[in-house]
Design a binder for this molecule. Structure first.
Ligand code: FES
Length: 164
């Protein structure tokens, strides 16, 4: 994912994040979260740089990154779709929302479309149970979903993307 053309950009962003946290080892999780916000995943080159700059072992950075499910070591799409499959959403058809989006994007849960636009993930609860079924796309909540409504929302992202 990261090639020679954008390695400099990766170094600049990683350095800026490290600076923001004054290169403090105890801020490792926040540093990794900020880096992930920039790239939508944690590039291994950034983890190596963080380890070097904080003077800690790469394996320790990697251990943190793999321990917390919030981190992704795999490249993810521009839009991350999280569909809730927790109990409250499940009983209202959350699984059907997942199935519909899988079908529309032609990917499974945990996968990213070939054009790197969409990643589909599921979560156990989004803290909005009363609105179930719920999905979140890049932090934007969509509730009381039907398969039709979920697809309309998905298509609106595709249209928006095609227009840019
Ligand atoms: S179970 Fe879906 S938001 Fe809580």
């Amino acid at each position: 994912m990261i090639n020679h053309d954008n390695i400099a950009n990766l170094e600049n962003i990683t350095d800026a994040v490290l600076n923001r946290y004054n290169y403090e080892k105890h801020s490792l999780i926040s540093i990794l979260l900020d880096i992930q916000t920039n790239f939508n995943y944690l590039p291994k080159e950034a983890m190596i740089m963080v380890a070097e700059e904080l003077n800690i072992r790469v394996i320790d950075v990697y251990s943190v990154a793999t321990f917390y499910t919030v981190f992704s070591l795999k490249p993810r799409g521009k839009y991350i779709i999280n569909v809730c499959v927790g109990t409250a959403c499940h009983v209202r058809g959350g699984r059907r929302i997942v199935d519909k989006i899988q079908k529309e994007l032609n990917i499974d849960v945990g996968e990213t479309t070939e054009d790197m636009q969409f990643t589909l993930e599921t979560v156990r609860c989004l803290g909005a149970c009363a609105l179930g079924p719920v999905m979140v796309i890049n932090g934007e909540y969509y509730g009381q979903l039907s398969t039709k409504k979920a697809n309309t929302i998905l298509q609106s992202y595709k249209v928006q993307e095609a227009a840019t």
